[in-house]
Each structure stands twice: as structure tokens, then as C-alpha cells.
Design a protein around this ligand. Structure first.
Ligand SMILES: Nc1nc2c(ncn2[C@@H]2O[C@H](COP(=O)(O)OP(=O)(O)OP(=O)(O)O)[C@@H](O)[C@H]2O)c(=O)[nH]1
Length: 412
């Protein structure tokens, strides 16, 4: 179901701009020009249908933020937009349980709104742990985080915090206070960094101590950022969002570096990393198969290179599906590779033979033309010389399969 965004705004131009950026974000804008209209529309809907509300601070029938109160009381994460530069208005807005406020004077308004909307959806999968011995301060932070749809966890001391980490794998960010009974925040960070590196977990250190050396101690000790108490809501959100986005950017770079650009399958480099990790567990049985499309050059020559690309992508979908329990990759060109750990060799042979038959029977349709193709497979369970020995052995069998007429599995 496409989530809705309730807009309450009387300015037509702003409304239209927001309508289009919300649509571009894959969401459904519900546009209302007054508080009355918003109440009417909302009374016929369920809050779960909405991702959030974007509300103008001042509209004719709600000149002092009354529409914000309505949205918050309706359990909608609420983003406020305002043309007011008045500091009192800003403080007034920030007192309310809003997600954030955006000034209409900034030409970055629409860009920031797009970013916020995307975050509200993504944050639903991001866990944030707050480790703070003061219950009031802990609750204040988790309540701010919940407004942004984060999954929140709390711990009253470092030992509890480490335990929460063991139980939840979705924690991407930890906010850790320095002064707690027992282990200090910096000591806890040192412990965490033994297991989680900076690419997998963001850490923000916090403290109310007037110690100018503390931020550097936190950062040197493995934190990514530092916040001094008391902090403003704006600073809190800026730092949290920046740290979460940093991790997501790393994740994107990692994904791009590890996958084949045409098919999206893991690439050769990632395949070796995966196999290396599995081999550390000393599997009792290992097998490796190289799959090569037969006469692929003919497909390119007969139907064109685009058709060749299409065939590779279609085959990659089948490879990903067939070998989802094992490690499969596009090795380059028209070659795929699959590694099996702790699977009986006879079972591996059956899986590869079934795969060969599936491809043989598959009909690919490219620009209304029917294309058939077959694959030759070299399969080995020879493990004497590690992964390179396995590849050499499988390649030798593949060569035999090609020489024996193709469309077959050849094994040890
Ligand atoms: N469309 C497309 N073609 C590719 C890609 N990578 C490699 N190829 C083509 O794959 C073909 C491989 O040809 P060959 O190595 O002669 O092998 P083959 O025609 O499959 O014949 P056999 O392997 O002997 O059955 C070449 O024409 C390459 O240009 C790609 O990403 N896209």
C-alpha cells in the first residue's frame, strides 16, 4: 500500500510543489487548504495509512499552530513549515512533539523536505540504542527518536547496553553517555568496537561535563560524534540523521562495489570474500560449479548485444533464485560460479543437473522473438589446493563439457 502524506497548506504554489515531490517519493499526497478541510479528510481515514503530515504553521483558520496540534493529536509524525522568522514562534513550534520544522525562506526547503520524507520511511528499519543512566534524559531522547520513526532501545548502564546489542542485530546507532555507574561510556565504546567497526555502527558520545578534552577522547576512543548536554532538538536530529546517513552511504558503496553492474549478482571479488569467510568454518564438504552459456556469441551476433545483455540478466535471476541457499556470482562475461559448503556431492550434482534442464527448457522473449539457450557446467569437489585448485578443476571439467557437445554437467 502506498503511504499517504497529509498536507495542510493554503499557499497554492507551495502546495503544488509539495504535491509533486511527494508523488516523486512514491507517496500519495492528500492536499488540504485549511484545518477544517484536514479534519474532514482525516476523519474518513486511518492514521496507519499516513507516513506523516506536512503542516503550515499559519493558515487562515489556524493562525497560531492549531493545525500542528491537530496533526500531533491524530498521531501523525508532523513536519512544520513556516514563513515566520520570529524566535518566539520557533521556540513555540519546537515545544510541540514535531519531527522537524522547515523555514519557507530557505530555497533548500523542498530538498530538505524530500530528505525528511525518505528518512521517515527508512527509519522504521533502523534501531537506535540510548545508553544513559538518567531515566528522564533517556526517555527524552527515545521520545525524540520515535518522532522520526526510529526503532528505539534503552539501557540504564553500559553492561545493560552491551546485552541489548547481543539481542538485537538491527541497531545501527548508539548514543552513549560518559558518566554512568560501573563501566563508563568511553569504556563501553572500546568494548563495542572490538565487535562492530565504524562502517557497521555509528556511535555518538554525550556528556554534560565541562571538560574540553572529552569530545576528543570520545572520538579517539571510537565514537563518530559528540554532543554536549544540554543540546537543542535541532542539534540532536542533525547529528542523528547525519550519522545514520553516513552508514547508509557506506552500505551503498559496499553494495555497488560487491555486485555486478549488469545483473546485480555478487561479483567475482565478493564471491572470493564470501568463500573465504565460509572456509574459515572448515566445512566438511565443498563443491564448486562454473556455469557457462553455450554459443553466447551467436546470441549477440544474431539478435544484438542488447539481447545478449537481456539474456544474461534473465539467467542471473534464475541463478539467484536457484542458488539462494549457496554462494553464487557472475564471474564475468557469460560465466557464473556457485560454491557449496557442507552439501553432499551427489546432491550438488542433482541441483546442477536440474538447473541445466531448467535453462534448456526456458524460453526467453526479447522484442517478440523467442530465444533458447543452454549451459555447460564444470563441477568439482576437489579441495586439495584451496579455492584456486577448485576453480582450476571445475574449469577443466567445463572444457570437457564444451568439447563433448555442450549442454551437460561434467564432474570429477
Ligand atoms: N551482451 C553481452 N555479451 C557479452 C558480455 N560479456 C561477454 N559477452 C560476450 O560473450 C561472448 C563469449 O563468446 P565466446 O567466449 O566465444 O563463447 P561462446 O560463444 O559462448 O561459445 P562457447 O562458450 O564455446 O559455447 C562474446 O561474444 C562476448 O562479447 C556482456 O556483458 N554482454
Amino acid at each position: 500500500m502506498q503511504l499517504k502524506v497529509l498536507i495542510v497548506e493554503d499557499n497554492y504554489i507551495n502546495m503544488e510543489l509539495m504535491r509533486s515531490l511527494i508523488q516523486e517519493a512514491g507517496l500519495t499526497p492528500i492536499c488540504t487548504g485549511s484545518l477544517f478541510e484536514a479534519q474532514q479528510v482525516f476523519s474518513n481515514s486511518a492514521p496507519e495509512e499516513f507516513l506523516c503530515a506536512v503542516v503550515d504553521y499559519c493558515i487562515p483558520d489556524a493562525p497560531s499552530g492549531e493545525a500542528i496540534d491537530f496533526a500531533i493529536e491524530s498521531f501523525l509524525p508532523t513536519i512544520v513549515i513556516t514563513a515566520s522568522q520570529d524566535d518566539e514562534v520557533r521556540i513555540n513550534i519546537l515545544k510541540k512533539n514535531i519531527v522537524d520544522y522547515i523555514s519557507k525562506e530557505s530555497n533548500q526547503m523542498f530538498e530538505y523536505l524530500t530528505r525528511l520524507l525518505a528518512r521517515l520511511d527508512k527509519n522504521k528499519k533502523v534501531g537506535v540504542l540510548v545508553v544513559e543512566d538518567s531515566r528522564i534524559q533517556r526517555s527524552a531522547m527515545t521520545s525524540l527518536l520515535r518522532r522520526h520513526n526510529f526503532i528505539t532501545f534503552e539501557a540504564a548502564n553500559a553492561e545493560q547496553g552491551l546485552q541489548v546489542f547481543k539481542e538485537h542485530s538491527n541497531i545501527k546507532l548508539a548514543i552513549i553517555d560518559e558518566n554512568m555507574p560501573g563501566m563508563s561510556g568511553i569504556q563501553m565504546i572500546a568494548k563495542l568496537r572490538e565487535t562492530y567497526n565504524e562502517e557497521d555502527l555509528g556511535i555518538i558520545g554525550i556528556s554534560g561535563e565541562e571538560n574540553t578534552g572529552l569530545p576528543a577522547r570520545f572520538i579517539r576512543g571510537g565514537a563518530n560524534d559528540y554532543m554536549h548536554k544540554p543540546y537543542s532538538h535541532e542539534e540532536f536530529f542533525c547529528r542523528v540523521l547525519q550519522n545514520v546517513e553516513r552508514l547508509e552511504n557506506i552500505e551503498t558503496i559496499r553494495r555497488v562495489a560487491n555486485s555486478d553492474f549488469l545483473t546485480g549478482l555478487p561479483n567475482r571479488r565478493h564471491f572470493f570474500t564470501q568463500v573465504e569467510t565460509i572456509q574459515k568454518t572448515e566445512p566438511e564438504q565443498q563443491s564448486l560449479a562454473i556455469i557457462d552459456i553455450d554459443h553466447f556469441k551467436n546470441i549477440n551476433d544474431t539478435y544484438g548485444h542488447d539481447c545478449g545483455d537481456y539474456a544474461l540478466k534473465e539467467l542471473a535471476v534464475i541463478v539467484a533464485d536457484y542458488f539462494s541457499d549457496y554462494s553464487a556470482a557472475r564471474f564475468g562475461g557469460e560465466e557464473f560460479c556457485v560454491y557449496f559448503a557442507n552439501v553432499e556431492h551427489q546432491k550438488v550434482w542433482q541441483v546442477m543437473e536440474a538447473f541445466r534442464q531448467t535453462i534448456e527448457q526456458k524460453e526467453l522473449i526479447f522484442e517478440k522473438q523467442s530465444i533458447k539457450c543452454t549451459v555447460s557446467i564444470g563441477l568439482t569437489s576437489y579441495t586439495e589446493e584451496g579455492i584456486n585448485g577448485m576453480l582450476k578443476s571445475a574449469d577443466k571439467h567445463l572444457y570437457t563439457a564444451k568439447n563433448n557437445g555442450r549442454n551437460q554437467v561434467v564432474t570429477d
